[in-house]
Design a protein around this ligand. Structure first.
Ligand SMILES: Cc1ncc(C[n+]2csc(CCOP(=O)(O)OP(=O)(O)O)c2C)c(N)n1
Length: 269
């Protein structure tokens, strides 16, 4: 990586823990390039992550960072934003982190339309713990907990987020790394809750079990994953920005309520 980007990395924390062919490093690379485009002061950026292989991203980045508990990254991020609204918040989650144990936090962050950028790295599995099926494992695919293939349907993350109230929603594949960089910039400029689903690959705990070939072949396969993810939602084969709207943002609304309550001399509770 070009030395200009080294300032965004905690070089003393490298080498990273990710397996060869993993998509997490590609997402992190796109993120630091987007930071260069955004020209934020590193001290005004907060990177929050949950637990999982993808959750390690916060440890390698030299911003204000918080590596939180499994599924709770958005809850921590909400607290930070409420306390210091001037900060630019980016939240990294795995698909298990965001849609299984953290699924409730996800829908409510969308509903509140709180101003932050959430990035779900969807490798279709619980990667760190050995490849259990997650709510994003496509039906029929094998997992350590589904040796004959899972019988459940997966969520469609963009459709879920849009229905729950997120105001910018996008889906991008790992191989579309420049588009990912652009979408991170756009999401950060957006006032409200922006959600990016990055379709990624876990060659070791998911690809190998499903005979999906090498990491390059898994990148080819991402188009198919996107097709099955959007089935029936009108989002088949959809890459890039899917939805954007303008809705009141949570912190702004909350502050308005405080001003009103103070004018009236307090609430009657
Ligand atoms: C409360 C709690 N439950 C379970 C775990 C075990 N755990 C650690 S990482 C992980 C899987 C993470 O999978 P995912 O979020 O998809 O991220 P990936 O590792 O694939 O990037 C689990 C279940 C935990 N650390 N904490």
């Amino acid at each position: 990586m070009c030395a200009v980007y080294h300032k965004y990395l905690r070089l003393d924390h490298l080498p990273h823990i990710w397996c060869p062919g993993c998509g997490n490093g590609i997402v992190m690379g796109a993120f630091i390039r987007a930071m260069e485009d955004l020209k934020y002061d590193q001290n005004e950026v907060v990177v929050v992550s949950g637990i999982g292989c993808s959750g390690r991203i916060s440890g390698y980045l030299d911003f204000n960072t918080l590596h939180t508990t499994h599924g709770r990254a958005l809850a921590f991020a909400t607290g930070i934003k409420a306390a210091e609204p001037r900060l630019k918040i980016f939240v990294f989650m795995g698909d298990g982190d965001a849609t299984a144990i953290g699924g409730n936090h996800l829908i409510h962050a969308c509903r509140r339309n709180i101003d932050m950028t959430a990035i779900i790295i969807n490798n279709c599995t619980f990667g760190m713990t050995g490849g259990q099926f997650s709510p994003m494992t496509p039906k029929g695919k094998k997992a350590s907990t589904a040796p004959y293939g899972t019988v459940e349907r997966n969520f469609d993350i963009p459709a879920l987020a849009q229905a729950a109230g997120a105001t910018l929603v996008a889906r991008v594949g790992i191989y579309q790394v420049n588009l990912l960089r652009e979408l991170i910039v756009k999401a950060s400029h957006h006032k409200g809750f922006a959600l990016l689903e990055v379709i990624s690959q876990c060659p070791v705990n998911y690809g190998r079990r499903n005979q999906m070939g090498d990491p390059a072949e898994m990148l080819e396969d991402q188009k198919g994953i996107i097709k099955s993810a959007g089935l029936g939602q009108g989002l088949e084969n959809y890459f890039g920005q899917i939805f954007q709207s303008e809705q009141p943002e949570f912190i702004e609304e909350y502050n308005k309520m405080i001003v009103q309550a103070q004018k009236k001399g307090g609430c009657d509770v």
